[in-house]
Design a binder for this molecule. Sequence first.
Ligand code: 3PG
Length: 213
Amino acid sequence: SAEPEIARLNACGVVPVVVIDDVEVAVPLAQALLAGGIDVIEITLRRPAAMAALETIAHKVPEILTVAGTVVTPGQVSDVKQAGAQAVVSPGFSELVDNAMRAANLPWLPGVATASDCMRAVAAGRLTCKFFPAEQAGGTATLKALSGPFPQMKFCPTGGVSLTNLGDYLALKQVICVGGSWLVPGDAVAERNWAKVTQLAKEARETVAALRG
Ligand code: 3PG
């Protein structure tokens, strides 16, 4: 894709999928990721604090690319745009959200897991998608099978991805990056253990660098 935001996800290789319960952690969390070499963050809309966290990071930590995740309704699209999201990820595909994303004019990675999902995404011109839930939907074998009929598609596999299997995904040429929550464990956030987040980010970035040579 020609979109610079997608190029940044690709360059980073790993996208931390983050659940934030308390807006107070937003800035130190984003800074901890940056310190470990990760300059993208997906903030999922799963808690009341998510929108404020997104807005805070977008304004106070401009070095990190802010991605809104778990966007499932058209109303959330305008809200995250207003909050300063630079890209949007959804767990699935819907024409309603596709239309809202067109109006918002932000890059969008809809989620796909089946051939029918891919047909709808391709019909809408959405060629870069989240593959979700990656491991539960059959992992690399399913992804390779989907690339048969859809060779033009690129994917960000997410769901059950971690340091132990990210190499299997990144080895596939149709994979631009992987996403996952393993990079920001809930207990590390609860304990404000930013050194741990930085260490996990470093490990992931070193693994990506080693795989890409
Ligand atoms: C997501 O929405 O992308 C998933 O919750 C992330 O999956 P994981 O927790 O298995 O990494």
